[in-house]
Design a protein around this ligand. Structure first.
Ligand code: HEC
Ligand code: HEC
Length: 262
């Protein structure tokens, strides 16, 4: 599109240029005419000037069409750029699909449930005691998450897992627990989402807690609940990618344009 605008602009310039020079030539010719008329009394043949004018116009047309051809050829040879964005798109989608295997792994999915209760175990069954999300994601009444879930995993099988709070400066606070679900208003549901649905949802600031792409990358690389997925406590399995691999997939996805699977 840009090259056509440039082409049109150049054609216009060329045309104005031809008009200017041929007018000038004509004036020059007339001046010469007058001069020669004065000097010799012989009128110069105006046909020469007209020939010159048309010749210039013709030459300019040749230049313009040569330029047009060059543009067309380069438009065709510019194809590889297009292919490379397609490759990036394919790379983005492949990276998202890899990240999806982690996002929907039970360690993550159990806190990103479709309903209003956290889930448990590799089969993602409802949390015992009918623990509920609550408005703010911290549970309801006596069943507040942090009554049982501490800032670290409790050792032993079937003991409550835990994770430290994140301070504003980015450091981890091992004196206060961070264990909770997303709020009822922004539930960040991963359970049951297809790759296409989850991909669009994660990029949507209205559904992801207002995160930009950069903040989303930061969240998956530094959030203590995400990190917990790879340190889930005794007897619990870990996601199919390492944490580093997962972060680099999320990065590849977003930095290659954040395209989503269809
Ligand atoms: C203990 C519950 C819990 C666990 C376990 C958990 N999350 Fe979350 N996750 C949350 C909460 C709560 C939020 C909302 C952020 C907040 O409230 O600070 C969130 C937000 C997110 C977000 C950003 C918001 C969005 O949906 O776009 C991503 C991405 C995410 N989690 C990925 C993961 C991944 C990947 C794992 C597993 C490795 C995981 N989470 C494990 C509770 C959890
Ligand atoms: C009464 C204590 C108690 C309360 C309250 C509680 N939990 Fe739990 N939770 C546990 C215990 C114990 C386990 C471990 C169960 C096991 O491994 O068999 C557990 C396991 C979990 C798991 C499973 C992790 C996994 O991947 O298998 C999640 C997720 C979870 N709780 C989230 C929550 C959330 C969110 C809240 C608050 C809304 C909450 N829990 C409230 C005691 C509690």
């Amino acid at each position: 599109m840009k090259s056509y605008a440039v082409l049109a602009f150049r054609c216009a310039l060329e045309f104005v240029g031809v008009q200017y020079f041929s007018n000038k030539a004509a004036r020059l010719g007339r001046a010469n005419d007058n001069q020669s008329e004065r000097l010799t009394g012989i009128r110069t043949n105006r046909v020469t000037i007209h020939r010159f004018r048309w010749g210039l116009l013709f030459a300019s047309c040749c230049v313009m069409s040569a330029y047009l051809c060059a543009q067309l050829i380069s438009a065709h040879t510019a194809q590889p750029t297009k292919t490379s964005t397609e490759i990036n798109e394919a790379k983005a989608i492949a990276a998202f699909n890899a990240a999806y295997s982690v996002l929907t792994y039970p360690r993550c999915l159990n806190c990103h449930p479709a309903g209003n209760a956290p889930l448990q175990g590799d089969d993602s069954h409802p949390h015992f005691d009918r623990v509920q999300r609550g408005e703010d994601g911290n549970g309801v009444y006596a069943l507040k998450c942090n009554n049982c879930h501490q800032a670290q995993n409790r050792s032993g099988l079937n003991m409550p897992p835990g994770a430290p709070n994140l301070l504003a400066n980015g450091s981890l606070d091992y004196t206060t627990p961070r264990w909770h679900l997303p709020s009822a208003q922004t539930p960040m549901i991963f359970q049951g989402r297809t790759p296409a649905q989850l991909c669009l949802q994660l990029k949507d600031p209205k559904q992801n807690g207002g995160l930009t792409a950069e903040q989303l990358i930061h969240h998956v690389s530094a959030d203590s609940l995400v990190l917990w997925g790879w340190n889930p406590g005794e007897g619990r399995s870990t996601p199919p990618l390492t944490h580093d691999e997962f972060v680099s997939k999320v990065r590849d996805w977003l930095e290659n344009g954040g395209s989503c699977p269809k």
